[in-house]
Design a protein around this ligand. Structure first.
Ligand SMILES: CC(C)(COP(=O)(O)OP(=O)(O)OC[C@H]1O[C@@H](n2cnc3c(N)ncnc32)[C@H](O)[C@@H]1OP(=O)(O)O)[C@@H](O)C(=O)NCCC(=O)NCCS
Length: 183
């Protein structure tokens, strides 16, 4: 989206984003239409649009660096996400996959796994350059959706009783970043 903000006028971008529909998750649709440009301009997050050959938006995701609360999880989980800092910190920063969704109109053109590969590639480049240990996201409590995240390497980390959401994490593997550096 960053390139679009350089190349196009804002009203034209808003027009292009208008074609994105996501009935299963209204937040995904409204974030793209109402907040993505603002957050991009204020450097709060980066939104990446996946386009097909006809320039339709088939899917998008948003990445930001955010702290994750770890003072109320098991010692085992704290150790995993915070490493040697586990006893001294209440929060630790990771890459938040804030938005992740396909456009209903073109959903058959991309799988969640392909969309994730685009996102993970960007995260790995950041990880190589600036560090951080994990990716996390908040997922609606739908068994099949949780399952689709498990298939790409996430695991449930904590249940949020207030929102009913499941926080899921994926530790960034040294093998993955090495593979990217070699490629
Ligand atoms: C997340 C997503 C990119 C994963 O894509 P995918 O791996 O190709 O998986 P699918 O789209 O086939 O979804 C897997 C299953 O989860 C279900 N599912 C996906 N998103 C769902 C949602 N928001 N609410 C309820 N169920 C959902 C699907 O219906 C499907 O079940 P089915 O096989 O019975 O139809 C895609 O499901 C999507 O765009 N969902 C809507 C947006 C969304 O909810 N994003 C997640 C935010 S945490």
């Amino acid at each position: 989206m960053r390139n679009w903000l350089i190349e196009f006028n804002e009203p034209d971008i808003i027009d292009l984003l208008g074609s994105f529909k996501c009935e299963r998750n209204e937040d995904i649709e409204s974030y793209l239409k109402q907040k993505a440009i603002l957050h991009e301009r204020h450097n709060i997050s980066r939104t990446y649009l996946i386009l097909d050959e006809s320039d339709n938006i088939v899917a998008y995701f948003t990445i930001a660096i955010k702290p994750m609360k770890i003072d109320d999880v098991s010692i085992k989980n704290r150790k995993e996400v915070a490493g040697y800092l586990q006893q001294s910190v209440a929060n630790i920063s990771g890459y938040l996959l804030g938005q992740f969704g396909k456009n209903d109109m073109f959903a058959s053109e991309i799988t969640g796994e392909t969309l994730w590969n685009y996102a993970y590639n960007i995260i790995l480049r950041c990880h190589i350059n600036i560090g951080l240990r994990f990716v996390f996201l908040e997922c609606g409590n739908y068994e099949k959706l949780i399952c689709s995240y498990e298939n790409i390497g996430f695991k449930p980390f904590r249940h949020n009783n207030e929102t009913g959401h499941t926080l899921m994490i994926k530790m960034i593997s040294a093998d993955d970043s090495r593979a990217l550096e070699i490629a």
